[in-house]
Design a protein around this ligand. Structure first.
Ligand code: DON
Length: 310
C-alpha cells in the first residue's frame, strides 16, 4: 500500500495524457457534460485502508458496471439455471449494443449478460412485483455491496437515457419477440429497471468497496458478512475477464490481467483477487467504450505490481 501511495499521483498524471485521446460519451446526452480531462482512482485493501489520487470526489453513474451486480442479484433470485436459460456464456467480439449476433446464432438469446441485450434480459429476472420494487431491491443490494446504505440513481441521466434509448428499446422488443422476455413481462417496465440501474451514482471509493467484495468472493472482509455466494462471484469474475471490457477484453486481459468492468460514464471497477478493490473514473472513452485514461492507469498499476492473475 505504501508504494502505491507514493506512485499513484504520478501515474494518474501520466495516464491523463491518454485521456486526451478519448471522447466523452454523447449518445446519452446528459453524459456529455462530464469533464473529459478528469481521472481519479481509489484502491481499498482488506482492512479498509484506502489510497486515492486524482478527482475521486467526482460522482458518476455506474452504467454497464451495474450489469455485474444485477447479474449477481439475478443469480441469487433465480439460481444458475434460471439465469443461463436467458443468457449465454460467450463473448461476442462485437460492440456492447450490437444486434448482430442476436439473430445469427440461437435466435434471440443474448451471448452474455454484460452486453446490453444480455443485461436487459437479466434485469427481467430480478424479483419484485412491480418495476419500482425491483429497482428498490437493486438500490439496496448495490448499497450493501458498497458497504453502506441504499444507493441512489441520477434522475437526469436516467431521463436522458430513457428519452434517447432507441437502440436498447429495439433490442428489448427483439428479445420479447423471441420470448427471451416472457409473456408476463412488460418491455417498458424492464427497460425502466435497466435505465435506473445504469444511472446509479457512485464515487471511486464506493466502486472500490464494491470491487473489494468481489475480490473476497462475496464475503465483505471488513464485516466478515457473506453477501453473495462464492460460486456466483466466481461466474461474475469470469465474465469480467472474458467480456468486462467488451471487445477490448482480450487486450485488457493481456495487458492488465485482472477482472474489470467498464461503463460509458468512464468508470471502471477492477479487482486483485484476495487483495484489493479498485474504482476508477475517467470520462473520456476510446472507440470501444472504455475509459482511455482509466485503462492506461490500470495497466500501469498491474504491470508495476505484477497483478496479472495469469
Ligand atoms: O445501455 C447503455 O447503452 C448504457 N446505459 C450502458 C452502456 C455501457 O456502459 C457500455 N459500457 N462501456
Amino acid at each position: 500500500m505504501e508504494q502505491l501511495r507514493q506512485e499513484l499521483p504520478g501515474w494518474v498524471e501520466a495516464s491523463r495524457l491518454k485521456a486526451k485521446e478519448g471522447r466523452v460519451a454523447a449518445y446519452i446526452p446528459e453524459l456529455a457534460k462530464a469533464p473529459a480531462e478528469a481521472l481519479g482512482v481509489t484502491v481499498i485493501g482488506p482492512d479498509g485502508e484506502m489510497v486515492s489520487a486524482g478527482e475521486t470526489s467526482l460522482p458518476f453513474t455506474m452504467q454497464s458496471i451495474s450489469k455485474v451486480f444485477t447479474l449477481l442479484l439475478a443469480f441469487m433470485d433465480n439460481g444458475e439455471e434460471g439465469v443461463f436459460a436467458k443468457v449465454g456464456m460467450e463473448p461476442t467480439g462485437d460492440d456492447f449494443n450490437s444486434m448482430l449476433k442476436l439473430e445469427l446464432v440461437e435466435p434471440g438469446k443474448p451471448f452474455n449478460p454484460l452486453i446490453n441485450a444480455g443485461a436487459i434480459a437479466v434485469a427481467s429476472l430480478i424479483h419484485g412485483s412491480t418495476s419500482s420494487e425491483k429497482t428498490e431491491r437493486i438500490l439496496r443490494f448495490f448499497g450493501e455491496a458498497a458497504g453502506g446504505e441504499r444507493l441512489g440513481y441520477n434522475e437526469a441521466v436516467y431521463r436522458s437515457e430513457s428519452a434517447t434509448a432507441h437502440r436498447n428499446r429495439s433490442l428489448a422488443y427483439f428479445l420479447k419477440d423471441n420470448e427471451v422476455l416472457g409473456e408476463e413481462i412488460d418491455v417498458e417496465d424492464v427497460l425502466d429497471v435497466y435505465f435506473k440501474q445504469c444511472a446509479v451514482e457512485v464515487t471511486c471509493g464506493q466502486l472500490a468497496r464494491m470491487a473489494l467484495l468481489l475480490a473476497f468472493d462475496g464475503t465483505d472482509p471488513l464485516t466478515g458478512k457473506e453477501l453473495i455466494p462464492r460460486r456466483y462471484v466466481q461466474i461474475a469474475k469470469t465474465f469480467m475477464i472474458t467480456c468486462g471490457m467488451y471487445n477490448a477484453s482480450g487486450e485488457f486481459a493481456i495487458r492488465a490481467g485482472i477482472p474489470a468492468k467498464s461503463g460509458v460514464s468512464g468508470g471502471i471497477l477492477a479487482l486483485v483477487p484476495g487483495r484489493f478493490g479498485i474504482g476508477v473514473v475517467g470520462p473520456a472513452l476510446g472507440s470501444k467504450g472504455n475509459s482511455t485514461g482509466g485503462v492506461h492507469l490500470l495497466e500501469t498499476m498491474s504491470s508495476a505490481f505484477d497483478w496479472s492473475i495469469f
